[in-house]
Design a protein around this ligand. Structure first.
Ligand SMILES: C[S@@+](CC[C@H](N)C(=O)[O-])C[C@H]1O[C@@H](n2cnc3c(N)ncnc32)[C@H](O)[C@@H]1O
Length: 416
């Protein structure tokens, strides 16, 4: 086991690529949406790294800057005649590799981004406070990609949605690392062989937690105690403990963020996840977008990485479950049973993903060209659908099943 992170930036590993793809693909429409509503954005990469891996591949700061370029280009194409100065503040915090980061971002235009050399723990609160004083109606996005869990701070995450106009988080949660430390602090023997469980984690967190209070501050409560007690009694194994902890962590975040999703990153089916990427937002459009993004990255993870390129007839989720259409239909019907008032499609979809997890991409639920569950329900008269615009330029009824670009769709269950 690599007991330090010396080699992390030598070569960009496949799981880091999936992580950056998830970030980069989400940020383009996120920036677009905020810019189209003239909303200022504060983007903070809290553990920014070197900017580039030694093999020349971009790290998360360049991924985010690239997404911003793509968003601005799309915006300019859509609004060719307007004056446009995007209000986007890009901040990168890095403790150990700030000099490399400066060198790797040297080609960026002056003033485009700021690098803060130092610890996340010392810098994040002053940074957020200053930004809050300086800019009105700020929308904050924090990318939190540390080596371990020690620096995660539930109280900070809780405070953002009330302090800012909107707040979103993408957190790399090393949930196994938390379980290991929780066992140590609660003096419970970690039964599994650590060198097997943690063998390929290069983001190794050598720091140790000192107390239960410290772990409570990371987790945002003491809900994890009973999980460790169950583990100590042998009622659950460490895989179940990790799953239970991640589930509770998401539920806890939902006290302040309506929609919380996660994507476990596994290199082999059935193996423990290296970590989970947890996304939290209060906006249904953000949740829907991230869910579709997770589903697409999952295809890559499962097909290209876990199955050596083998396609399967029924796609798998990131939890390696195969969900056939009957199961999806049953879950959509269950959600529809409480959808008695007209509800925005994206809100309905976000509710689905929030409740059941990312079981499939949007095409299977609604937008699939060759059909989808909601299209079938509309045809069968199980739901009522109201679209705006209702007609095309040629005065034909519109049939879209995706919101955005001025199209909105409301749906509800047909009353019995
Ligand atoms: C997992 S790496 C981040 C990789 C980066 N997100 C990327 O994809 O290119 C974690 C980074 O956090 C930095 N780091 C470690 N402790 C830190 C702290 N307390 N505050 C800020 N940065 C820290 C490390 O030097 C390392 O570059």
């Amino acid at each position: 086991m690599s007991k330090n992170n010396r080699d992390f930036f030598k070569q960009k590993k496949i799981w880091s690529e999936v992580k950056d793809e998830l970030l980069g693909c989400y940020l383009v429409p996120y920036f677009n949406k905020m810019m189209s509503m003239s909303k200022p954005i504060l983007y903070v990469d809290c553990f920014a790294g070197k900017g580039k891996f030694d093999d020349g591949k971009n790290g998360s700061p360049l991924t985010a800057l690239d997404s911003l370029d793509r968003s601005i280009a799309q915006y300019r194409t859509a609004h060719p005649y307007g004056e446009f100065t995007p209000e986007v503040y890009m901040q990168f915090i890095e403790l150990n590799h700030a000099k490399d980061l400066v060198a790797n971002l040297a080609n960026q235009p002056m003033g485009r981004c700021e690098i803060i050399e130092g610890k996340f723990e010392d810098n994040i609160i002053p940074l957020l406070q200053n930004a809050n004083k300086r800019y009105r109606n700020l929308n904050v996005f924090l990318y939190v990609d540390p080596y371990g869990v020690k620096v995660l701070n539930a109280a900070l995450f809780d405070s953002l949605p009330t302090a800012f106009s909107t707040a979103e988080l993408l957190i790399n949660l090393n949930s196994f690392g938390f379980i290991r430390e929780a066992c140590r602090v609660m003096k419970v023997t970690f039964r599994e062989r650590e060198d097997e469980i943690f063998s390929d984690i290069e983001e190794y967190d050598s720091s140790v937690m000192d107390s239960i209070a410290e772990l409570n501050a990371i987790a945002g409560g003491d809900y994890w105690h009973s999980i460790i007690t169950d583990y100590s009694k042998g009622t659950i194994d460490c895989y179940q403990a990790e799953k239970a902890f991640s589930m509770q962590y998401k539920l806890r975040l939902r006290q302040k963020y309506n929609y919380v999703l996660d994507m476990p990153i596994r290199l082999k089916a059935g193996q423990h996840p290296k970590y989970r990427l947890v996304h939290a937002t209060n906006h249904p459009d953000g949740c829907t977008l991230m869910a579709d993004n997770i589903a697409k990255r999952t295809d890559r993870l499962v097909i290209e990485i876990q199955s050596g390129g083998q396609l399967s007839l029924i796609p798998q989720t990131a939890e390696n479950e195969r969900i056939d259409d009957n199961v999806l239909e049953e879950k959509v019907r269950r959600l529809l049973s409480t959808t008695t008032e007209f509800t925005r499609l994206n809100k309905f979809l976000a509710g689905f993903y929030n409740e059941y997890g990312v079981l499939c991409d949007l095409s299977r639920l609604c937008s699939g060209r060759s059909g989808s569950i909601l299209k079938t329900f509309e045809k069968n008269g199980e739901i009522l659908v109201s679209r705006n615009p209702a007609c095309t330029d040629k005065r034909k009824p519109t049939k879209f099943w995706q919101e955005g670009k001025g199209n909105t769709l409301m749906l509800r269950r047909k009353r019995l």
